[in-house]
Design a protein around this ligand. Sequence first.
Ligand SMILES: Cc1cc2nc3c(=O)[nH]c(=O)nc-3n(C[C@H](O)[C@H](O)[C@H](O)COP(=O)(O)OP(=O)(O)OC[C@H]3O[C@@H](n4cnc5c(N)ncnc54)[C@H](O)[C@@H]3O)c2cc1C
Length: 439
Amino acid sequence: MADSGNPRVVIAGAGFGGLSAAKALSRSPVDVIIVDRNNYHTFLPLLYQVAAGELEPGDVAYPVRTILRKMPSARFTMAEVERVDLGGRVVETDGPDIPYDFLILATGTVDYFLRVPGGPEHAFSLKTLEEAIALRNHILGCVERADHEPDAQSRQSLISFAIVGGGPTGVETAGALAELMQGPMAKDCRNLDFDQVRIVLIEATAALLPTLPEPLGVYAEKRLRQMGVEVRLESLVDRITPDLVYLQDGTTIPACTTVWAAGVQGDPQAEASGLPTAHRGRVAVLPTLQAPDHPEVYVIGDLAHFEQDGSPLAMVAQVAMQGGVAAAQNIERQLAGHEPLPFRYRDRGTMATIGRNHAAAYAYGRTFTGFPAWLLWLSIHLFYLIGYRNRLLVMINWARHYFFREHAACRILPSEQVPPARVAQQDAGPGASPDEKKT
Ligand SMILES: Cc1cc2nc3c(=O)[nH]c(=O)nc-3n(C[C@H](O)[C@H](O)[C@H](O)COP(=O)(O)OP(=O)(O)OC[C@H]3O[C@@H](n4cnc5c(N)ncnc54)[C@H](O)[C@@H]3O)c2cc1C
């Protein structure tokens, strides 16, 4: 890759944080290389709508290379970041090793199953587009199997859904699932009694949306109960099997689908690289977002554990985006011979939608519920979604859902990923060794 001779900034992760940093550096005299395992940016806040068949996967994914067209000094490498050699200043990937002068680590988090047995094996998570597609296919597959299942108990399990975690993701997923079942599924699967559908939202604390002001949690609970969702507060999951969720109080919930929305931990490659971690593998950064003892390394977004006014910042898109800009500005300051400045997050609010016409929002110190909050939620998500085509498609799908209660993507499609083994087998010629053919 031809460099201009300018300092090289490598950004690991093309999520909200990484892309904001790249954009903020677009006029700086640096070469930027963005590395991501996917060649697209995923708009995570709408993943649950992909899982519920409301949106097509492509509606929430946008090619990174297209985003970079307007940034001539930025390039993209599709690769898995495996480790950072902090001493040698090299990002080690499953492809090329990438040397850097400055590094911005923005690889986010992975699921953390709180040591619940069966969680990693049997629960579905919602952190990537592949997972959202897998969950959608599984949910639709369960309904198809229930349609011809003669045994009443097995049929009930197939149309029962447990969601672990009553934060924004769990609340939004529960609401979307209820609308999927009572809307298009009930219209199209006439053999099944959709009054029997069971959706159980399990939350460990005493309220839903525990990070938002209490009235919003109360509102979300009331609204979900109106939609037929069972809300179980102060309930801890003990064990998960393919068709049962065991709670610590001895209750069992028969459900062939368990969605995990209860915990995350920092991308393990940060810890593997020797970066100091705080709570659950998230990197304990300095006030400037730099890694301790490595002034050339910045860690931002969900991967960073950053305390402000005595509490860690929430893992939300705004924190990642503002952190990306701050890290870029601090690199510019370092290049100009100045000290980097401490990061200060400006909270613009948090919100969760609960089915059509309803949302709970906390913005600028005020709480909003109902239709105004829902409109606010719609406009903010459309505004931040990348690409005019995606915005248009999302608007069309939302309008279809709103006016006709139809979902755009209720099809069990094959996975869009080409299995790596098949690619290697096709590539490997007749003379290839067995090992080459296997990988
Ligand atoms: C289902 C869901 C719903 C959410 N809803 C909201 C919401 O409504 N509002 C809100 O503000 N926030 C929401 N969030 C949180 C928000 O999406 C995150 O806070 C934000 O995405 C964090 O940005 P980031 O840049 O740190 O990481 P991410 O956006 O997660 O980006 C990380 C990037 O790194 C890449 N990556 C990871 N590991 C590697 C590796 N080893 N090698 C190469 N590439 C790698 C990934 O492919 C990804 O592109 C939601 C999150 C989820 C999962």
